[in-house]
Design a protein around this ligand. Structure first.
Ligand SMILES: [Fe+2]
Length: 288
């Protein structure tokens, strides 16, 4: 038997022992085994390299805590989370595209439409922004009683859970649409930010010559009775990292240009001082 024949026989032997009662588990693991064996045949890792890889995976798991999931970060940084999103949410034209949830979601405080979600020191530093839009079906009919769950980073790129200067729930809000499907709130323009780089995934990014930055965005999770919920991001146009998001989550339909509004009457109507960024985003859900 030559070396290639031995590898063929080895793979067949492993696959031959996969015979569980769950056909989907058998399918998933068989495919994973085939691809990993192909990886070994293609790259011929040394034993030292293989153990380095195993040590990386062990440390990635050990870095996880209640508030940090380094394995999800690895999945995000390899584009795998976005790939899983793509194969599961190829929605019809006109529906708001989904995007990855990311690691920073937590239950948001319910707030009235128009409320400020920026209630910490960042409000003085950041550019004031009024975010508004409507939740509709794909035909444009308003959806009343839809919930719009919002979370975002501040002007320095930090979420409340990362920043002791922010109260829990800051820059988060759970809004409910009225009869016209509308939602709105006051906030500040978020900033681009780096993913955590002090763990094994940071080592990997440095080793690969990659930056850790995510373009500025607001996270949305929108639900309405009788409709498929959507979890997505809305990105701020003009961000330097839109073309190289470390998590590969940008979709063209999810980029919004904040329009600076200097009309004092508009500012008064929204209850803000001076010029503000007007950020409009409508959400279209697919009926179930
Ligand atoms: Fe984020």
């Amino acid at each position: 038997m030559n070396p290639d024949e031995r590898l063929d026989a080895l793979l067949a032997s492993v696959l031959g022992q996969i015979r569980g009662s769950d056909p989907r588990l058998n399918e998933l693991v068989s495919s994973l085994v085939r691809h990993l064996h192909a990886f070994v045949r293609e790259t011929r890792p040394t034993e030292t390299e293989w153990l380095t890889g195993i040590d990386f995976l062990v440390r990635t798991g050990q870095t996880c805590t209640e508030h940090r999931n380094e394995v999800i970060l690895l999945s995000d940084m390899l584009g795998l989370t976005s790939a899983v999103d793509d194969v599961n949410h190829a929605g019809p034209a006109g529906a708001t595209p989904s995007s990855v949830e990311g690691p920073f979601h937590s239950p948001a405080p319910p707030r009235e439409n128009g409320a400020w979600i920026s209630n910490g020191p960042e409000r003085e530093r950041g550019q004031v922004m009024v975010v508004h839009g409507r939740v509709t079906d794909t035909g444009g009919h308003p959806l009343a009683g839809a919930t719009v769950d919002i979370w975002q980073a501040d002007d320095a790129g930090f979420y409340d859970s990362q920043d002791p200067a922010q109260e829990p729930g800051n820059l988060r809000g759970l809004f409910t649409t009225g009869a016209d499907g509308a939602y709105w709130f006051r906030s500040i323009v978020p900033s681009s930010y780096p993913v955590p780089t002090d763990g094994p995934v940071g080592e990997l990014l440095r080793g690969l010559g990659r930056h850790p930055m995510r373009p500025a965005h607001i996270h949305y999770r929108v639900e309405a009775p009788g409709h498929r919920p959507v979890t997505t991001h809305v990105f701020v146009a003009g961000d330097a990292y839109l073309g190289s998001d470390a998590a590969f989550a940008v979709k063209e339909e999810l980029i919004v240009t904040p329009v600076v509004d200097e009309d004092p009457g508009h500012a008064a109507a929204f209850g803000v001082d001076g010029p503000f960024a007007d950020f409009a985003f409508d959400v279209r859900l697919v009926a179930q």
